[in-house]
Design a protein around this ligand. Sequence first.
Ligand SMILES: NC(=O)c1ccc[n+]([C@@H]2O[C@H](COP(=O)([O-])OP(=O)(O)OC[C@H]3O[C@@H](n4cnc5c(N)ncnc54)[C@H](O)[C@@H]3O)[C@@H](O)[C@H]2O)c1
Length: 253
Amino acid sequence: MAGRFALEGRLAVVTGGARGIGAGIARVLAEAGARVVIADRDPEAAAAAAARLAAAGFEAEAVAVDLADEGSVVAAFGALVERRGPPWALVNNAGLQDRERLLEGTAAHWERMMAVNARGAFFAIRELGRAMAAGGAGGRIVNVASAALIGSIVAGLAAYTASKAALVGLARAAAFELAPAGITVNTILPGGVDTPGARAASGPPPEGPARRPPPLGPCTPEDIGAAVLYFVSPAAARVTNQVLAVDGGFSVT
Ligand SMILES: NC(=O)c1ccc[n+]([C@@H]2O[C@H](COP(=O)([O-])OP(=O)(O)OC[C@H]3O[C@@H](n4cnc5c(N)ncnc54)[C@H](O)[C@@H]3O)[C@@H](O)[C@H]2O)c1
């Protein structure tokens, strides 16, 4: 791995890293030399994902955390920092993708989406951003939002898309407040990726523009991981508050 993109010895926390896009991100960062922490609410799947990386010769561990629960985030990330010091990178990838039609929308659905997709990232940034800032070595934060924000949408994504827009706003504010500490904050907008979560999402049929195939083909979790690698690499030291779509070229259709 060339120097500017090397993460040798750097600790990288990937929320929702047990499967799907998060597992792909974890794999790409591990290949770049990062010591990866899979932070997921599913402890068995997280342990299995960490074990798969370890079996491939990478350094990885699992941490059980429920991002919807503030106490869980404070306890899990507090213990992690205590044990391993401040991380270099935090990737806010965990998210729910269930759909509910706007005109039949419920408060419960809205709050569930916000609690994980937006508020969970806020807790993670607060807890690990504080440790990064105190550590004095700078750091990298990447939020995983969605290309639903720029057109790759299907029916039933009102709460989801609003929660992802909140992530972009959160990144903008965090980029400002954390820049003095040398911490960058950027956002990736993935297009459709075939994952367990995308397949299992509940709600009305996913009808809409996102059903069209992107000109460059559908993205893989590792395509998203490669974009995350750029943002968390030493090469991107002067890049913050940016939003990058990785959507197979969907935006040109
Ligand atoms: N798959 C897609 O097409 C697509 C497109 C655009 C954006 N995204 C976004 O990418 C991210 C990953 O999506 P995916 O398709 O890999 O999903 P997935 O459901 O396959 O994986 C999500 C992971 O997050 C974990 N998770 C969920 N809630 C959590 C919580 N409260 N606390 C901790 N961990 C939690 C799950 O256990 C799971 O391991 C999500 O934020 C999603 O919105 C996905």
